[in-house]
Design a protein around this ligand. Structure first.
Ligand SMILES: Cc1cc2nc3c(=O)[nH]c(=O)nc-3n(C[C@H](O)[C@H](O)[C@H](O)COP(=O)(O)O)c2cc1C
Length: 402
């Protein structure tokens, strides 16, 4: 037990297994997410197997450059942590992420539903990328943008791909209305079977309520997770002119997340986005939409280098990052991998995760004989017909944009 606790993680698979051992089963299921049959969620990761790397001999470099601009920040690797809600399941989670990211020089995506206020995360030294959903309409959005700015936020992501899907074949765990005593008991045997998760709450005699402090505004100074969800459901879905309006309100970096179609990428750029994020919400929104890797080449071609292309969905190892960059991404986001690392070992877990990616990205660059992430292109890949079938005509020719 002691040895296992202190042995560094060897892979994201090991991190996932440790998170599963620590969290109660409903929490694991919430983080795993996926919707309906889970087709898109699992295809996101599986489709990386349809892309293979071309190894080159006698071209390995000792020094490789992994630096990149990510969401407006200079980063040590071409990646950032994706905004993921429900981190309050592991209390203080975002703070641990912020500290690990600050040390590693990696930006931190912060969900609109984060359990910690932006200011605590910027004070921890993190390059915070605050994610926003379109909730309550323009007036309230403007207030929250001003609060973000006052908290030291300079870069935001607007996520547009949420339509309140429902119904999972394997059942949706009841989301506790707050992390209180009653809810913990309602999670019952599952919670009690994970004493190392449950006991710290007992010892502290405080269960952190599921708050959503970054939704605070003049109408609701102390919003709860379920309270905001209810308001969000009553908000009219945003339109591109709302995005253009938001652009006018925000003078910092604006990335638009949830892009799968080339036309939407073009619309986002026309509305003033500084970056587009190819993403299907990790398969948590509409099931059966295209795996995001297959959407990437056409989006990169449509954007044509006018703004950076960010990517997420299914990234579990450094070679996945290399494949996404070769298909046209400039940087990638880590969703579940980071959530599992946070649940498994907090700040230390995230630090180990980023260390694994650093190791793997460098090693992969050496194997394929490339000295910088900026040099990657489709020439470094072989693609199966299955991938080309989904990705369409652009799979073979991603215009240079780096
Ligand atoms: C449990 C969970 C919660 C999420 N919450 C948010 C969120 O609050 N805002 C957002 O923009 N995306 C959210 N996402 C999507 C992630 O930002 C990201 O797009 C996705 O997880 C990437 O796929 P991956 O998990 O396979 O890396 C969430 C994903 C999961 C799994």
């Amino acid at each position: 037990m002691f040895l296992e606790k202190h042995r560094p993680f060897e892979s994201v698979a090991a991190i996932r297994a440790a998170a599963e051992r620590f969290l109660p089963a409903p929490a694991v299921s919430l983080l795993d997410g996926g919707n309906q049959a889970g087709t898109t969620a699992s295809a996101n990761a599986r489709i990386f197997d349809e892309i293979m790397l071309r190894s080159r001999l006698c071209q390995a470099r000792h020094e490789v450059c992994t630096k990149a601009q990510v969401a407006g920040f200079a980063a040590s690797l071409p990646l950032m942590i994706a905004p993921v809600a429900a981190q309050g399941l592991a209390p203080g989670a975002e703070l641990g992420q912020a500290r690990a990211c600050a040390k590693a020089g990696i930006p931190l995506g912060v969900s609109n539903f984060a359990s910690v206020p932006w200011r605590e995360l910027t004070d921890a030294g993190a390059d915070v990328v605050a994610q926003f959903y379109w909730v309550d309409g323009r007036e309230r959005m403007a207030e929250r943008l001003a609060r973000a700015r006052a908290a030291g936020v300079t870069s935001i992501i607007l996520t547009l791909d949420w339509t309140f899907p429902a119904g999972r074949d394997w059942g949706t765990p009841a989301m506790p209305k707050a992390l209180g005593w009653r809810e913990a008991l309602e999670w019952g045997p599952a919670a009690l079977s994970r004493p190392s998760w449950f006991l710290p709450f007992v010892v502290k005699k405080s269960m952190p309520p599921l708050r959503a402090p970054n939704f605070a505004d003049s109408v609701d100074a102390d919003p709860t997770f379920p309270g905001v969800m209810a308001r969000w459901k009553n908000t009219a879905y945003p339109r591109w002119d709302d995005v253009a309006w938001l652009r006018e309100q925000w003078d910092g970096q604006l990335s638009v997340k949830g892009i799968l179609e080339p036309d939407d990428a073009v619309a986002a750029v026309a509305a003033g986005a500084n970056a587009v994020v190819v993403s299907n919400h990790g398969g948590n929104d509409m099931d059966s939409v295209v795996p995001s890797l297959a959407a990437l080449p056409a989006v990169a071609a449509a954007v044509g280098g006018s703004v950076p292309v960010m990517f997420d969905g299914g990234i579990r190892r450094g070679a996945d990052v290399i494949k996404a960059l070769a298909l046209g991404a400039d940087s990638v986001l880590l969703g579940r991998a980071a959530a599992w690392a946070t649940a498994a070992r907090g700040e230390q877990g995230v630090a180990e995760l980023l260390g694994l990616f650093d190791r793997d990205i460098r090693q992969t660059l050496r194997s394929i004989g490339v000295s910088s992430v900026k040099e990657l292109s489709v020439d470094h890949l072989r693609q199966t017909p299955a991938f080309k079938g989904l990705a369409g005509a652009f799979a073979g020719e991603v215009p240079g944009q780096k």
